[in-house]
Design a protein around this ligand. Structure first.
Ligand SMILES: Cc1ncc(COP(=O)(O)O)c(C=O)c1O
Length: 421
């Protein structure tokens, strides 16, 4: 497919189809293109990609880590779904809703490389991961392993289980610049005891962008009889992998981050043999203990959001996972290579290409992160986020481009950082 055809498809996909069910059938045949390794596609291609987004000209958005706004075609599709569901009312809910829900799960399962019976759609990574943390049958004295650099909501959920059931949380601290995978694996291994019931690991550390050797951590933990839950909030549709390749037992992610689905979409994967061991947050007697759908009874919810996951997947797959990953890494390295080692700046993200992708974090030594963010915004119109987490050993500014970001925008960041340093 050439770039014009690509854009035409993107624009039409939001407005052409009439009924939600027909649209979802059409998506199931979408194949990923041959994705080049390395640089990934021509400059023209990425210019056209930028044109697929409506970018707010008032500031340079380098904070796509919170979530990434949708390209126009996905936004239009979402509005179209909302119109259809609104038009059909409860008729849609009673006649089409169930099969559309299965269709979306199927598309996601296919993309993630796992079985339909192992995947449900949630509202976000928080719901997915907390469903696991709160669903286990904790006993007093049970232990869980996690890192100080994990996301606060999950750490809080473990703290709540400690208060409620008397579990013990063992928290390791990850180095920003590991010397080897083994260094990280042995940190986690050192926290495991005979009472460990769950190990949580971030696939991509949200404050620094560091990619962790999840497969090696899972293999080590399994050898010690410990199941692993992966927080994939930042890895899914960002770096290329399939969930089973990670070797984990549970995996949760948000789809409004790197997949570009509407706000309020997430995925939970539970390996088949682990489903029976989880208690649902909201009970549902229609499904047996071994059916993952028992974990998915959240009541009536915004179905148009869920339907739009298919459109977001379609957009993603036409770029291709490998090509997207290559582009995102190129953008990150474009700016980090210019400031790494610069006097007065500290990079909190590893230099090795395979240890990071789009996200990176830089500290300005003489300034608090909040002041750097303020100056970047007020003086240079660059939007980032401050990470001031001394307990997690990270003080800096998180910078997250996305595929629509240009090198000209990153040049503005580099010159602002050098001026601040
Ligand atoms: C590592 C990590 N886990 C979980 C979450 C929670 O995501 P959400 O707010 O979409 O549930 C985030 C959000 O940024 C995150 O960075």
């Amino acid at each position: 497919m050439d770039k014009r055809e690509f854009l035409k498809t993107m624009t039409l996909s939001g407005i052409a189809m009439s009924m939600a069910g027909k649209r979802l059938d059409a998506f199931s045949s979408v194949e990923e293109p041959e994705s080049p390794k390395g640089g990934g596609a021509s400059r023209d291609f990425w210019e056209e990609m930028r044109a697929a987004y409506l970018v707010d000209p008032s500031r340079i958005n380098l904070e796509n880590g919170y979530y990434c706004f949708m390209p126009q075609a996905t936004l239009e599709a979402s509005i179209q779904h909302a119109r259809e569901v609104n038009l059909l009312g409860s008729y849609y809910m009673r006649t089409r809703r169930i099969e559309d829900k299965v269709a979306v799960r199927k598309l996601l399962a296919e993309f993630a490389g796992c079985a339909l019976e192992e995947v449900i759609v949630t509202r976000n990574a928080t719901e997915s991961l907390d469903t696991v943390i709160s669903g286990l049958d904790w006993k007093p004295g049970d232990e869980a392993v996690m890192a100080a650099q994990d996301y606060g909501a999950m750490l809080d959920m473990f703290k709540q289980q400690a208060r409620r059931y008397g579990i013990i949380n063992r928290v390791v601290s990850l180095p920003n610049h590991p010397t080897s995978d083994e260094e990280i694996v042995s940190l986690y291994e050192g926290a495991i005891t005979s009472k460990t019931r769950l190990l949580m690991v971030s696939h991509l550390v949200f404050i620094t962008g560091q990619i962790l050797p999840v497969r090696k951590i899972c293999d080590m933990a399994h050898a010690r009889g410990v199941p692993v839950m992966v927080d994939g909030a930042h890895s899914f549709a960002h770096i290329e992998f399939s969930i089973p390749d990670l070797g984990c037992d549970y995996f949760g992610t948000s789809l409004h981050k790197w997949l570009g689905a509407p706000l309020g979409a997430g995925l939970l994967y539970v390996r088949k043999d682990r489903v029976a061991g989880l208690w649902p947050q909201f009970s549902d007697s229609s499904y047996g203990d071994e059916d993952i759908r028992k974990l998915n009874h959240t009541g009536t919810n915004p179905v148009h959001t869920e339907l739009t996951i298919a459109d977001a997947l379609s957009f993603h797959r036409k770029i291709g996972s490998a090509r997207k990953e290559a582009r995102l890494r190129t953008l990150q390295e474009y700016w980090t290579k210019q400031v790494r080692g610069w006097k007065g700046l500290t990079m909190n993200t590893p230099a090795e290409s395979y240890r990071a992708c789009a996200i990176a974090n830089v500290g300005v030594d003489r300034l608090a992160p909040a002041d750097v963010v303020k100056t970047l915004l007020e003086k240079h119109r660059i939007w980032t986020v401050a990470i001031d987490a001394p307990l997690a050993n990270v003080r800096g500014v998180r910078v997250t481009p996305n595929i629509y970001t240009t090198t000209t925008e990153l040049d503005a960041l580099v010159s602002a950082l050098k001026e601040l340093a």
